[in-house]
Design a protein around this ligand. Structure first.
Ligand SMILES: [Zn+2]
Length: 217
């Protein structure tokens, strides 16, 4: 008899100890995840999510209008799963984790897409167009908290456009980061802005109308 078997036996013993069986009363199945003991398929479905940890910003992300590949990219950024220099260094893949855009701080997703001086200048110019430059991230901003706090400041009419813009700007910043990381010539903030303008116009043409006020083709 194995130790596992004995452990299980003792657990069952503890669970049934004190149970009084009643003569001539048949056994019945009871749904024990609700107080009334009544089963329904919707309750069973909800039970599948017990213990789930809801990631900050994920609900807002899936509601944002953007191409699927960009949403997956941003989901990885929120989960800190992008292969930034800091993550590569942590995994022993490279010795240096300096941000390739500014060479001043470790290259994390939070830094690349919110706190980096390059990104902040980009955001200042983007937000200036719509009069929201006061929402520009600061030097110790983290991506998700900055995004969620900023979108609360935006009027409901432009909030969807702002959400799409956060993904678009982060996507273009990531492309610039990759260009530099893999030996390409660096682009200036103005050139990245131009790239955002072109990509944004294509998103609008593809049906992401919430960006139309910013990027009318
Ligand atoms: Zn930087």
């Amino acid at each position: 008899m194995s130790a596992t078997f004995i452990t299980q036996f003792l657990r069952v013993w503890e669970m049934v100890d004190g149970t009084q069986l009643q003569q001539d009363v048949p056994d019945k199945l009871v749904w024990n995840l609700t107080t009334d003991g009544v089963y329904s398929s919707s309750l069973a479905y909800r039970a599948c999510f017990h213990g789930r940890v809801q990631m900050l910003g994920v609900a807002e992300l899936w509601a944002t209008a953007a191409p699927p590949k960009v949403k997956i990219f941003f989901w990885l950024a929120l989960h800190r799963r992008l292969w930034t220099a800091a993550r590569r260094r942590r995994h022993g893949l490279q010795a240096n984790d300096d941000c390739v855009l500014c060479s001043q701080e470790p290259e994390t997703a939070d830094h690349l897409f919110a706190a980096c001086v390059f990104t902040r200048e980009l955001w200042h110019r983007l937000l200036q167009r719509v009069g929201f430059q006061f929402l520009c991230p600061n030097g110790d901003a983290d991506l998700v908290n900055w995004w969620l706090a900023s979108r609360r400041e935006i009027s409901s009419g432009f909030r969807k456009g702002f959400d799409s813009l956060v993904l678009l700007a982060s996507w273009e910043t990531w492309k610039e980061r990759n260009r530099r990381t893999f030996g390409g010539a660096p682009s200036s903030v103005a050139q990245v802005l131009q790239g955002i303008q072109q990509e944004g116009a294509e998103w609008v043409s593809a049906g992401f109308r919430s960006l139309a006020p910013l990027f009318t083709p």
